[in-house]
Design a protein around this ligand. Structure first.
Ligand code: NAD
Length: 489
């Protein structure tokens, strides 16, 4: 960048031991809705990770010895501060990620605050187990203790939302953390660091190291003093992390990709199903691990469904993310946009038809967004189950619609991918809903709704979608070490 250009750039710093520290090199971060470089992110490596792990280790004795109530009060204060600054966080998330301001205001940032509030509360209510063995004169009980320094690695699609979903339980349980957000979306994590001291989080409890996966991420994964790694991202990266952490026998939590089916039976209430399935396909530009990308519709209602679904998808307005009436913002990067477009091209080359969106409808963008990474909601039909569009995670505003005949057939086809994260089932037959839900290979099944979450309950995927679960009890168990103690009286 030119001097005049670089002056205007936002420059982030690592947050280590309660202080912002500059880095020796930086990487560019783009505004996806304009294509401009607007921010520089530390390109951290081993040295920075080493300093952060040391700070986290030093902070552990004091933080882990605080009572759950003391930690709870601090987490609640942090939630208050994020809520106080909600608008600034939402603006930053939208600019950094490309998502619409409306989504950032109503989903990302409120949930980030809620993550702290939720674990501030749930940490107060765990009970441990106890059993009696009268014949031996013994009672057994379990106790749980924080583990140490947790390494937290998060993706770019829901930046602060997913990072806080890890930080909150980790520190609520008494661990200290070194977090590494995605190099493409680091700004809101940096903004959160500015609130930690005021919230009462002692220095070193939360450290944030910015940079790429290959450098900063791997340094964290390979660090011998980080016994826990909680990762959300792609299946490919998870394989690499598993390999790199294996020599240290680290405890891993892996939240990975999906290729989520929606199964729509002919007795479904289409007035509910259609708008929800459009949302589950295209919300956040289709960049949510839970987004629907394979829609199976029972043959009797296939044409009607398709007509209404496409009409509804076409209503979604694509463009400037800071316009509150926009439904679809920009995709994360130029490379990602290319990748998503290529899936559509491949499908067409295989003989599939694009009913709306990419290459079919005109995309009119305001003058300031001409170089942004935009794509219209795209619906593909006449696509085979073996096609890469039906097998691989696209992670963009693209969904495939296919017909099916029987319950048995659709269960087999829905399960016929390597992933198993989330599924939706639409039917007014309660018996069928239960039967199908039980047989789907999917960590989450939503029937007659989508993305209705109770954070108390387990969240996570089967098969290539992950290992482990997150939630009130599951995250507590992941972020603590259990011990069984036997007392003879
Ligand atoms: P990604 O795997 O490319 O990156 C995720 C994070 O890992 C980033 O911070 C990245 O810098 C880091 N990383 C990359 N290589 C690394 C390495 N070798 N060692 C350590 N860290 C490394 O994923 P992404 O493209 O940022 O995110 C999109 C993916 O995340 C999609 O597959 C999506 O389904 C998945 N996702 C899953 C969930 C879930 O809860 N299951 C939620 C959101 C996103």
């Amino acid at each position: 960048p030119t001097m005049a250009h670089s002056k205007a750039l936002l420059v982030l710093e690592n947050f280590i031991g309660g202080k912002f520290v500059p880095c020796s090199s930086y990487i560019d971060s783009y505004n996806p809705s304009t294509g401009d470089v607007y921010c520089r992110v530390p390109d951290s490596g081993k040295e920075e990770v080493e300093a952060a792990v040391k700070a986290a280790k030093d902070a552990f004795p004091i933080w882990s010895s605080k009572t759950p109530l003391e930690r709870s009060q601090i987490l609640n204060k942090l939630a208050d501060l994020i809520e106080r600054d909600l608008e600034a966080f939402a603006q930053a998330e939208s600019k950094d990620q490309g998502k619409t301001i409306t989504f950032a205001r109503t989903v990302d940032i409120p949930r980030a605050a809620h993550n702290f509030r939720f674990f501030a509360s749930s940490i107060l209510h765990h009970v441990t187990e106890c059993t009696e063995m009268p014949s031996m004169g013994c009672v057994h009980y379990t106790s749980r203790a924080p583990v140490g320094v947790a390494g937290l690695i998060s993706p770019w699609n829901l930046p602060l939302y997913l990072l806080t979903w890890k930080i909150a339980p980790a520190i609520a349980c008494g661990n200290t953390v070194v977090a590494k957000p995605s190099e493409m979306t680091s700004v809101t994590a940096w903004m959160m660091c500015k609130l930690l001291e005021k919230a009462g989080v002692p220095p070193g409890v939360v450290n944030v190291v910015f940079g790429t996966g290959a450098k900063a991420g791997e340094a964290l994964v390979c660090h011998p003093d980080v016994p826990l790694i909680s990762f959300t991202g792609s299946t490919l990266t998870a394989q690499r992390i598993t390999e790199r952490s294996a020599p240290h026998c680290k405890r891993l939590s892996l939240e990975l990709g999906g290729k989520n089916p929606a199964i729509i039976f002919d007795d479904a209430d289409l007035s509910q199903c259609i708008p929800t399935t459009v949302r589950s396909s295209f919300a956040n530009q289709g960049e949510i691990c839970l987004c629907t990308s394979r829609i199976f519709v029972q043959r009797g209602i296939y044409s009607e469904f398709l007509k209404r679904f496409v009409a509804e998808a076409k209503k979604w307005k694509t463009g400037n993310p800071s316009d509150p009436s926009t439904d679809v913002g920009a995709l994360i990067s130029k490379e990602h946009l290319e990748k998503v477009r290529n899936y559509v091209k491949k499908a067409q080359a295989e003989g599939a038809r694009v009913l709306c969106g990419e290459g079919v409808d005109p995309l009119a963008l305001p003058p300031g967004n001409q170089k942004g990474y935009f794509m219209l909601p795209t619906v593909i039909v006449e696509v085979k189950d073996e096609s890469c569009c039906m097998q691989e995670e696209i992670f963009g505003p693209v969904t495939c619609v296919v017909a099916f005949d029987t319950e048995e057939e659709v269960i087999q086809r829905a399960n016929g991918v390597k992933y198993g994260l989330a599924a939706t089932v639409w039917s007014s037959n309660v018996g069928r809903v239960h039967r199908v839900a039980h047989r789907l290979q999917s960590g989450l099944v939503w029937t007659n709704c989508w993305l209705v979450r109770d954070l108390n309950l387990p969240f996570g995927g089967m098969k290539a979608s992950g290992i482990g679960r997150e939630g009130a009890k599951d995250s507590y168990e992941f972020f603590t070490e259990v011990k069984t103690i036997t007392i003879k009286h």
